[in-house]
Design a protein around this ligand. Structure first.
Ligand code: SF4
Ligand code: SF4
Ligand code: SF4
Length: 393
């Protein structure tokens, strides 16, 4: 066990006193992650990590949910109702002519009035209100689009669900000639008329992994030496030395390491598992499998000091480009784990991505606790000695 807190060179501290390679790690730039999960797949392929249950979480396209014994890379999908920086989002504003849902009342008003203008008024010119997305009783399928005939495209849709039903508006607003107002048509310039407003929306995607902490609590508390610091400054668990005590599991401030569950006899069941930063690949000067597979270079591998410089420049670039929320997470040697070997560029608060905002290595307070225990023991001893001395008198 090395020093328990404060910045340092963990490799030298772990006893690699001879010349050793530079400390390496990951800089994950989440602003260019596309959520393809090539990293997850490459990790499983290379390390023979079994599948982790192909479950539909029902919350997003994230099917793994979190890091675990059989998920050493996890791509988080966060859906947010807001734009990314200066980006203009929302289908109606982009004028892609996509279909949208209108209320039956709007379409009935339009067909009574016989004009596209009435449709616009029914929904509020330029913005169909929130009610426009509600499917109310009965329904009309409006397939009118572009210069197709007036109201010819309005057709009743059987109300198969009492109390619901509604209108599918296939009007291609952007294709209507300027000045032409008729049922089923929308005048040019009124792009939103009759088309339900869609909210701003963005995906945040982030490929999470073991942080290979400078002060790694998992390693500090391991009683068997199964967890060790490599010559590259990374943290690796040896399955054949692990006795499955599980002390490392609650010690990790990020919830990364876990014991593998499964039928007895299956590979590594009962032992602690996590990312090894592809120790076997590093040994032969190869890039870790996940970084190699990433098509956008969201996962960047290299010497940690170089990665920190690159990351700082990238944050400046994003700020200049109108993304003021861009920030680094885990890169500071002054943080609660002495700086992570795998750090991130985030576009929102860490909690949004499921990361702790202020992680602390649980062993940081051990020296102070030992000092307090020593003082208490000395006080007790002094009391016992005084009691014996008083008896003799
Ligand atoms: S404490 Fe957690 S995040 Fe840090 S090296 Fe250990 S398992 Fe990885
Ligand atoms: S470094 Fe290797 S073990 Fe770690 S997540 Fe990437 S592929 Fe998996
Ligand atoms: S980090 Fe790279 S490989 Fe992984 S999901 Fe994102 S873009 Fe794909």
């Amino acid at each position: 066990m090395g020093r328990l807190s404060g910045p340092l060179d963990p490799t030298a501290d772990a006893g690699w006193t001879d010349e050793h390679p530079r400390r390496v790690g990951f800089f994950t730039d989440t602003s260019i992650c596309i959520g393809c999960k090539a990293c997850e797949v490459a990790c499983k392929e290379w390390n023979h990590v079994p599948e982790d249950g192909l479950n539909w979480t029902g919350q997003s396209y994230d099917n793994t949910g979190a890091l675990g014994a059989s998920t050493w890379r996890h791509v988080a999908f966060v859906e947010q109702p807001r734009p990314l920086g200066d980006q203009v989002s929302g289908v109606t504003r982009a004028d892609l002519g996509m279909p949208a849902v209108r209320s039956a009342a709007e379409v009935r008003a339009a067909s009574r009035d016989g004009s596209g203008q009435a449709r616009a008024d029914a929904g509020g010119a330029g913005t169909a209100g929130p009610g426009a997305q509600v499917l109310d009783g009965g329904g009309l399928l409006d397939l009118a689009g572009g210069s197709r005939g007036p109201s010819a495209g309005l057709a009743e849709v059987p109300d198969t669900h009492p109390g619901s039903g509604g209108v599918l508006d296939m009007a291609l607003a952007g294709q209507v000639p300027a000045g032409e107002v008729s049922a089923g048509h929308v005048p040019a310039g009124q792009v939103s008329a009759g088309v339900a407003e869609r909210p701003d929306f963005r995906w945040l995607m982030s490929s999470d992994v073991c942080k290979h902490c400078t002060h790694a609590a998992c390693l500090d508390v391991c009683p068997t030496g199964a967890l060790f610091r490599t010559e590259f400054g990374t943290v690796v668990v040896q399955g054949d030395v692990c006795n499955g005590c599980g002390y490392c599991v609650p010690a990790c401030p990020y919830g990364v390491i876990e014991r593998r569950e499964g039928p007895k006899g299956d590979a590594a069941v009962g032992t602690a598992q996590k990312c090894t930063l592809c120790y076997d690949r590093l040994a032969v000067d190869e890039t870790p499998a996940c970084a190699k597979a990433c098509p956008t270079q969201s996962i960047q591998f290299g010497p940690l000091d170089e990665l920190r410089e690159r990351a700082a420049a990238r944050v400046d670039q994003l700020h200049d480009a109108g993304v003021p929320d861009a920030r680094l997470y885990g890169e500071s040697p002054g943080d609660g784990v002495g700086g992570a070997g795998a750090f991130f560029l985030l576009l929102d608060d860490p909690e949004v991505y499921g990361l702790p905002p202020d992680p602390q290595v649980c062993t940081a307070e051990l020296p102070a606790m030992y000092r307090s225990m020593g003082l208490a023991a000395l006080g007790l001893l002094a009391g016992v000695v005084a009691a014996f001395a008083g008896r003799r008198r």
